[in-house]
Design a protein around this ligand. Structure first.
Ligand SMILES: Cc1cc2nc3c(=O)[nH]c(=O)nc-3n(C[C@H](O)[C@H](O)[C@H](O)COP(=O)(O)O)c2cc1C
Ligand SMILES: Nc1ncnc2c1ncn2[C@@H]1O[C@H](COP(=O)(O)OP(=O)(O)O)[C@@H](O)[C@H]1O
Length: 221
């Protein structure tokens, strides 16, 4: 259960990220249990947890860092009526980078049986971006995951996480430009080349299928 008491304003030292950070994960945005937007009002983009095997000692918990998104060309675009067959923008043009908060773990409030990576991007999007490719550069740890007495107290803590992350990443040594190679890595989506919508759905079925039994405690909805 979440301990009583005030939260720190910052996470990580002013001198910048320390080992084992930055941690690099990537994957397509897949479906979760649909609770983020509907129940919490805080959407979280899920990526498959396989990349965590490269970091066997990483604790579950709440982290922050940069997310880059590469949106696939939209087959149902309603905006380009005059040039329906126009070639998509170049890869670098369609990559955007945002600060983010994320949870790695089992969501104790919901009692998931398998580990998930759930990223709340600190940006307001007009629409969902399932199927987009996502690179995640984790820079620091904010806190452990907790169980909560109510949905409202979980939401309140997540809102505090967002403020802590924003504040922490505005410090000079945590900015994207302060570290050679960070932006280059975030903009590299070579790993996603050739990945089809069917590939993404298959990953999604595998990940969701693993947690069908007892993943959501009905009483907590
Ligand atoms: C910054 C952040 C902090 C979170 N902290 C917790 C937590 O302490 N305990 C918990 O059970 N879930 C926590 N969550 C996970 C939410 O419960 C989760 O995002 C929600 O269940 C949505 O899941 P879904 O994407 O499968 O729909 C956190 C999520 C984020 C983005
Ligand atoms: N700021 C945001 N951060 C993360 N995902 C967002 C954001 N805005 C919209 N989304 C979309 O919402 C989806 C997550 O919604 P959510 O209700 O948590 O469902 P799910 O359980 O399927 O992940 C993401 O996959 C993404 O497409």
């Amino acid at each position: 259960m979440r301990p009583e008491g005030p939260r720190d304003d910052y996470a990580g030292p002013d001198s910048g990220p320390e080992a084992p950070f930055p941690i690099k994960l990537q994957g397509p945005v897949i479906k979760g249990f649909g609770r983020g937007s509907k129940e919490l009002g805080i959407p979280t983009a899920n990526i498959p947890p396989e990349g965590l095997s490269a970091y066997p000692d990483l604790s579950t918990g709440i982290y922050f860092g940069y997310t880059s998104l590469h949106h696939p060309p939209s087959p149902a675009s309603t905006t380009t009526t005059t040039t329906p067959n126009a070639t998509p923008a170049s890869t670098s043009d369609s990559v955007t980078i945002y600060p983010s908060v994320l949870s790695i773990g089992y969501n104790p409030y919901y009692g998931n049986k398998t580990r998930s990576i759930e990223i709340h991007v600190l940006h307001s999007f007009e629409r969902d971006f399932y199927g987009s490719s996502l690179n995640l550069l984790i820079l620091g740890f904010i806190r452990p995951e907790y169980d909560y007495v109510s949905k409202e107290s979980l939401i309140e803590d997540i809102m505090t996480d967002c403020k802590v992350a924003e504040r922490s990443m505005k410090r000079e040594k945590w900015e994207l430009q302060a570290h050679q190679g960070w932006e280059e890595w975030l903009r590299d989506f070579g790993w996603a080349r050739g990945m089809t919508g069917e590939d993404v759905r298959e990953v999604e079925r595998k990940v969701l299928g693993q947690d069908e039994k007892g993943s959501v405690e009905e009483g907590k909805l």
